[in-house]
Write a protein that binds this ligand. Structure first.
Ligand SMILES: [Zn+2]
Ligand SMILES: [Zn+2]
Length: 372
């Protein structure tokens, strides 16, 4: 079988920018140095590119997890061109296929099952699926977004204007064009590229399968730190309509904070989250599955597995009761349907169920940990 043709422009851009970042930037740092204003400007540009991809390309356009004001969409469209990751339309088309056919080597454009190199960068170096971009029919909804189509039409011009224009303008203003081109131009671009690419490669290899093992996606807090929160990729692949990737308050997800923060400024709206009971059930089911597979070799495997399953079933009953009570309480609160006395009784009932559920969950998790 003949290999698809090499995309020389992509090879050239990735190679040249990488070589500049690996050789010219350190050389400049040693012989000339960079001042703090240049470093801060480069970090700001890096964050602008990164968040345009994570909050814009990914969570807004690919997954429609919230809605955004035109001003914010325009900023993301320009930032996406600055990040040099193709147009939002093209990127989202690829990404929707990645989710729909994850790990399918024939369809998933950056299938992790084809190895680290392929999923990281190799998939962009050859024309693997040329026929797919004829009409972008899996992103018809995005074709109605004027900003998406404007960016798609003028993508090349926007990439040149941002990637040369921004570093050049800063360099002229600050008084050192070469340093600015190297730091804000090249190093920022290479770091932005590879940190995003890690989501397709490392986030499908390294980390925990907290919520599902039906695909290779992993949760990884370290990766989340370098990718504006996208490292919680196992959660994302099972609950892709959620605007959050790191769902706990302590999980590092600046993209989530940006989207939520913009809601207070009325720049974002209709933020979507997944039902808590579904999230909890997915997590518990994975603990059960892991414990059962480890128990298989235990001398009392049958007995222990039966006990684990029995307690798990009881736990799920408690979980359903607790979340049903929570739903009822929230509904009554928002509709003000019941009297204060009834309401306080419901709250009490809910608190009791909550305590029981937490207690039972703790015991069951302890049992699951002990049996392995
Ligand atoms: Zn996604
Ligand atoms: Zn993925």
């Amino acid at each position: 079988m003949t290999k698809p043709r090499v995309l020389w422009l992509n090879v050239f851009v990735f190679l040249i920018t990488f070589l500049f970042a690996a050789i010219a930037v350190p050389y400049r740092a040693i012989t000339h140095g960079f001042d703090s204003a240049e470093i801060i400007a480069a970090v700001i540009c890096f964050c602008y590119c990164g968040m345009s991809i994570t909050a814009g390309y990914h969570r807004l356009w690919s997954h429609k997890t919230y809605q955004a004001h035109w001003s914010l969409r325009s900023l993301f469209a320009i930032g996406g061109a600055f990040a040099l990751q193709n147009s939002a339309l093209h990127w989202s088309s690829d990404h929707r296929i990645h989710h729909k056919h994850v790990d399918n080597n024939d369809v998933d454009p950056y299938s992790a099952k084809r190895g680290f190199w392929f999923s990281h960068i190799g998939w962009m170096l050859r024309d693997y699926q040329p026929e797919r971009y004829n009409n972008y029919d899996n992103v018809r909804d995005l074709q109605k977004d004027k900003i998406v189509m404007w960016q798609h039409k003028h993508y090349l011009l926007l990439t040149v204007l941002t990637n040369f224009g921004i570093p050049l303008a800063f360099g002229l203003w600050h008084g050192d064009v070469i340093s600015s081109l190297l730091l804000l131009g090249v190093l920022r671009l290479v770091l932005s590229h590879h940190t995003t690419f890690f989501i397709n490669s490392l986030a499908h290899i390294w980390g925990k399968q907290t919520y599902t093992d039906k695909n290779t996606a992993r949760d990884n807090g370290i990766l989340a730190f370098f990718t504006f929160g996208e490292g919680y990729h196992n959660y994302h692949h099972i609950f892709e309509n959620d605007y959050r990737n790191g769902i706990r308050w302590w999980q590092f997800d600046p993209t989530k904070w940006l989207i939520k923060g913009c809601e207070y400024l009325k720049l974002t709206s209709k933020l979507r989250t997944s039902p808590e009971d579904k999230i909890e059930k997915a997590k518990l089911a994975m603990i059960l599955k892991r414990s059962q597979s480890k128990l298989a070799y235990h001398p009392n495997a049958d007995e222990l597995m039966a006990k684990l399953q029995q307690d798990y079933d009881a736990l799920i009953v408690k979980l359903n009761e607790f979340y049903a009570a929570k739903k009822q309480m929230l509904m009554n609160k928002s509709n003000e349907l019941v009297s204060e006395v009834e309401s306080s009784e419901l709250v009490k009932h809910y608190q009791e169920l909550k305590e029981k559920f937490i207690e039972q969950k703790k015991n069951w998790q302890l049992l699951a940990a002990q049996t392995v």
